[in-house]
Design a protein around this ligand. Structure first.
Ligand code: NAD
Length: 293
């Protein structure tokens, strides 16, 4: 079936580019570089690039101090993450992973822009958590070379990558992105296009359930304690939202409500909305449900 056809036509990824050096972009660049695929990391401002590079340096430093990596390897890996404020270095990429803000308009502009800078046969992917790949594909001229490549947070720890096939995505594109994900040490699954794909169709209704509990008067710390320590998940929903980022969760929720109005409709202002509007974005700005000093 598909898997066989896939291995046959997969192209090897030797050079990657990541657009957006945030939580996800920084993590994806790190993961790619540490598995031997150099990655250009492009953002629109220098502080964002610095954050991405610092994050990579921190992760690599931890590998060295645990004796899992030699210091010279660390330097080589860091050198293979090339920060950039323009598309000059991006043009040699075999695969581009777009990881800018979760906003369909911004993503559309960025995807069209990057496609005009890379080779005809380069593959462009989006790390969107919720936005339909077919919607984003309307912004590119070569939708056959476009698909979703959805990593999870934190990238270096989470094994799964959802590879989302758009209506026009070619088998070769899917095969090559599956191979690239495997080369990065990840476990790829190929899923069809729809808002939220697979994981977020489970996760966002879970967040909705959490918001309903808060509306009913529950204490978020207690819910976190129950779901983590007692139920056994790695973390509870409030802490997970702080990790995800309230802006990303807010935009993601809008997309899910639009896609599944009958399942996701709220008739009240959720805790995520309230915190988003109060600029309590979570770990990214040190304050969310919890305080991070
Ligand atoms: P983030 O806010 O940490 O980073 C976004 C970065 O994009 C910022 O550094 C910003 O400067 C940059 N940016 C904005 N416009 C740009 C442009 N035109 N060109 C280049 N860079 C630009 O966001 P994030 O959490 O890393 O999320 C990025 C994407 O990954 C979103 O689509 C999100 O839905 C998805 N995602 C997020 C998570 C998560 O848990 N945070 C998980 C999976 C997927």
């Amino acid at each position: 079936g598909l898997a066989k056809k896939a291995t046959k036509s997969a192209k090897d990824t030797k050079q990657a580019a990541v657009l957006g050096a945030g939580i996800m972009g920084g993590g994806i660049a790190y993961q790619s570089a540490s598995r031997g695929v150099p990655a250009v990391m492009k953002d629109i401002n220098q502080p964002a690039l610095d954050l991405g590079l610092n994050e990579a340096a921190k992760l690599l430093g931890a590998q060295v101090s645990r004796g899992r990596m030699k210091a010279d390897k660390m330097a080589a890996v860091l050198n293979s993450i090339v920060p950039s404020l323009d598309y000059t270095a991006v043009k040699h990429a075999d695969v581009v992973v777009e990881a800018v803000v979760e906003n369909p308009k911004v993503k559309g502009i960025v995807l069209a822009e990057v496609e005009s800078h890379v080779a005809e046969d380069a593959i462009v992917t989006s790390n969107t958590s919720t936005i339909s790949i077919d919607l984003l594909a309307q912004s590119v001229k070569r939708p056959e070379n476009f698909c979703g490549m959805h990593f999870f947070n934190p990238v270096h720890k989470m094994p799964l990558v959802e590879i989302i096939r758009g209506a026009k995505t070619s088998d070769e594109t899917i095969a090559s992105v599956v191979a690239y994900a495997a080369k990065m040490g990840k476990t790829p699954i190929v899923v069809n296009d729809c808002p939220g794909f697979l994981v977020n169709r489970v996760l966002f209704p879970y967040f909705a359930g959490f918001n309903l509990l808060l509306k009913d008067g529950a204490d978020f710390q207690q819910i976190d304690k129950v779901m983590s320590k007692q139920f056994g998940w790695p973390m509870g929903p409030a802490y997970l939202l702080d990790v995800v980022g309230m802006d990303t969760a807010h935009h993601g929720n809008d997309t899910m409500v639009e896609g599944f109005p009958e399942r996701m409709k709220f008739d009240f202002k959720s805790a995520v909305d309230i915190m988003y509007q109060a600029d309590r974005l979570g770990q990214k700005n040190s304050k969310g449900f919890y305080q991070y000093a």
